[in-house]
Design a protein around this ligand. Structure first.
Ligand code: ADP
Ligand code: MG
Length: 462
């Protein structure tokens, strides 16, 4: 398997989970997807039929993008192309319309269409599975969990509630658990649950279609309003305006509001002052990254649910290695599950390490890291990437090139020879660049700070 293959293989289970598709439905759209090129700004995929290409473009692009970002650690724009067989007559002009349809192709299309309807029928929300019962408690999420449970049992006892924390730590899970609990125990209450992107899109559509009244009625008629990822409202003025009124109307008539965000209110920028004041006067609780104990508890619980038989040593090893977020832990477990059920083997430590190194965004493939370094250095010094890689020797370009070389050497496992290859130089020149920067760091004011800020930006993109 090459690196691109490995990336895609690691992304598949994430896509499937996100879509909540059965294996067979998932296979219809994704079985022949190939990742054939990956750059700083784009990912090129191929697929076997026109229909799949179209469906991937219109329906699954975002899913593919998000899953890929989880694996490689930063976002790239996916493009889909038709995988072409080697043309037999390269000069033959292909007519616009296919005159006669290949029966096999038609069969396949029918199969795809059936799967599509099957999918619509069988689709249920992954949110249905998020409950308090399957939320594992630890010191990092205990307070948030307690507040959510209290509010679910007795809406408005903590009102409004604002939950924030990094991605993948369980905010959406908690929000959905509140929804599911209320649906079950207080079916009379009207719940409005929205991702903030959907809220924003609905509002924009409402304004365009002149149906804002219906929009208002829907939101202001809620007994419990839950909005996930409210940080996306930053900078959206008309949405903020509308949300402020909705928020105030609900709050004043003593309805429960729960918001989540990947950052605290003070860091949502730009945000209307009056809305910020509202957010800041909420009950604010942070969900923190899980400690070792919680990670281990989650691995235990989830592997038991999946029927994975992992030894205690392996689980501890995973808890040690996967110290980032809970979504990542799940991703690895699903991958292990997929491998062991497809191949009927139990996975060993080496295999797990291989999976982790793919899923762990700390471990971005070198070639991609190099592209990113070049892009950041280019932006930083106002020198194009081509110039960085060129033979040009004017001082500005040469200086930027030295820095790029130095940073590559510093933060990737690349050898001097490998780096020489990137710049079309020899290995002595590369060594000279590195010593030049090392001297600058010691002698030139701000040189070190500049390099650190470049490294930070490169890594920050994860
Ligand atoms: P966020 O919304 O904070 O980005 P999510 O709620 O989507 O994170 O959580 C990511 C994944 O991790 C979900 O599948 C969720 O079920 C799982 N998860 C997060 N925290 C826990 C937990 N404490 N116990 C069980 N599963 C969890
Ligand atoms: Mg979320």
């Amino acid at each position: 398997m090459d690196e691109l293959d490995r990336i895609l293989q690691a992304a598949f289970p994430l896509m499937q989970t996100k879509l909540n598709y059965t294996d067979s439905v998932f296979a219809v759209w994704f079985s022949d997807l190939k990742l054939i090129d990956l750059k700083e700004d784009g990912a090129l995929f191929t697929t076997g039929t026109k229909l799949r290409k179209k469906i991937l473009e219109t329906k699954y692009k975002q899913t593919v993008k998000e899953a890929l970002a989880q694996i490689i650690g930063f976002e790239v724009e996916p493009r889909f192309e038709l995988a072409e067989e080697e043309p037999v007559f390269p000069n033959l002009i292909v007519p616009d319309e296919t005159p006669e349809e290949d029966p096999n192709e038609r069969l396949e299309r029918e199969r795809e269409m059936m799967a599509l309807t099957d999918e619509t029928r069988s689709r249920r929300s992954v949110l249905d599975d998020y409950t308090f019962d399957n939320f594992v408690e630890g010191s990092s999420n205990r307070f948030a969990l307690a507040l959510c449970q209290a509010v679910a049992k007795e809406p408005t006892c903590y009102n409004p509630l604002f939950i924030y924390g990094h991605s993948g730590l369980g905010k959406t899970h908690l929000l959905a658990a509140v929804v599911n609990y209320i649906k079950k125990h207080s079916p009379g209450l009207k719940i409005v649950y929205k991702k903030s992107e959907d809220f924003i899109n609905e509002l924009i559509a409402g304004i365009a279609g002149g149906t804002t009244a219906a929009f208002k009625e829907k939101y202001r008629g809620a007994d419990v309003l839950l909005i996930d990822d409210i940080q996306f409202i930053a900078g959206k003025e008309s949405t903020q305006e509308e949300f402020f009124h909705t928020f105030s109307a609900l709050y004043e008539s003593d309805k429960q509001i729960i918001l989540t965000s990947d950052r605290p209110p003070k860091d949502i920028q730009p945000l209307e002052e009056r809305l910020r004041t509202r957010f800041e006067s909420a009950y604010i609780v942070e969900v923190q990254p899980p400690n070792f104990e919680l990670r281990l508890a989650i691995i235990r619980k989830k592997s038991a649910t999946m029927g994975l038989n992992l030894s205690p040593e392996l689980m501890e090893y995973m808890a040690e290695r996967l110290n980032n977020n809970i979504r990542q832990i799940e991703g690895v477990l699903k991958k292990i599950h997929a491998i062991s059920s497809i191949h009927g083997v139990t996975v060993n430590k080496e295999k797990i390490e291989e999976i982790i190194s793919i899923v762990d965004p700390g471990n971005v493939p070198t070639a991609i890291m190099v592209d990113r370094i070049l892009a950041v250095v280019s932006k930083h010094y106002g020198v194009s990437v081509e110039d960085l890689k060129s033979k040009k020797r004017n001082a500005e370009i040469a200086n930027a090139r030295h820095v790029a070389v130095y940073v590559i050497r510093k933060i990737t496992p690349m050898t001097l020879k490998g780096i020489a290859g990137v710049f079309g130089k020899d290995h002595a020149t590369i060594m000279a660049s590195i010593s030049k920067v090392e001297i600058d760091i010691k002698t030139v004011k701000n040189a070190q700070a500049q390099i650190l800020s470049i490294i930070k930006e490169v890594k920050g993109k994860q």
